[in-house]
Design a protein around this ligand. Structure first.
Ligand SMILES: Nc1ncnc2c1ncn2[C@@H]1O[C@H](COP(=O)(O)OP(=O)(O)OP(=O)(O)O)[C@@H](O)[C@H]1O
Length: 202
């Protein structure tokens, strides 16, 4: 993989060849969203944490670029997931790829957390929550999530004790509602980032 251009965080819209290249290699697939796939980014540059790298072909990167711009506005905000910049790469004559380098959030998104809390509320009491042998896979997953994260996560978020925390909590709800009722809006990517940051354990 060759790095063609770096978009440092301070200057998201225009590529800069003078920016020090963040070196990383692609790890396992974390998931897939509307705007691209997300892989673990294993840092090859000293002092960089593990990353989540969201990527898509450059010709299709309009929304990832917008996400980059929005995250730039919240740089160094401890409540919001960090972005380390963006890179355009190319492999062996393949298409140019736009990579958004994000802080890795090991505990999933705020919407995951809310879904887990809702699951914990809807599921029967603890004694009957254990996965049943032969039960449906999704059901077991839900039970596992609800059991492990449900109220702990909910209390963590609800206990977030300032105005910003309350707002972020509400944004999480908006995302959940959007998933069921509203047309897709890019703003929800930002909300995703908020959620992931809030659900990290540090
Ligand atoms: N910073 C991150 N840390 C860890 N995992 C992540 C991170 N960002 C994304 N992921 C994983 O990648 C998946 C896809 O994320 P992405 O933000 O592209 O889409 P989404 O938010 O799930 O859906 P949509 O784009 O439709 O809103 C997520 O569901 C999650 O599993």
């Amino acid at each position: 993989m060759y790095v063609i251009a770096n978009h440092p965080f301070q200057d998201p819209p225009s590529p800069s060849s003078s920016a020090a290249a963040i070196r990383w290699s692609r790890g396992k697939l974390l998931g897939k969203g509307t705007y691209g796939k997300v892989y673990i980014g294993i840092p090859r540059t000293p002092n960089l944490p593990l990353m989540a790298v969201k990527f898509t072909p450059e010709y299709n990167a309009k929304f990832l670029k917008l996400e980059h711009r929005i995250l730039a506005e919240f740089r160094l905000n401890p409540a919001i997931i960090q972005c380390f910049g963006a890179q355009i790469t190319q492999e062996d004559g393949g298409p140019r790829i736009y990579n958004l380098l994000l802080e890795y959030a090991p505990c999933g998104s705020l919407s995951d957390l809310i879904a887990a809390a809702v699951a914990a509320l809807l599921l029967p009491p603890t004694s009957s929550r254990k996965p049943v042998r032969g039960g449906r896979k999704e059901e077991e997953g839900l039970v596992g999530l609800g059991h492990g994260l449900g109220w702990v996560g909910f209390n963590d978020v609800a206990g977030y004790n300032d105005v910003a925390g309350q707002v972020l909590f509400l944004l999480g709800y908006i995302r959940l509602i959007r998933q069921f009722c509203l047309p897709h809006q890019h703003l929800t990517d930002f909300i995703n980032g908020v959620g992931r940051r809030l659900t990290t354990s540090d």
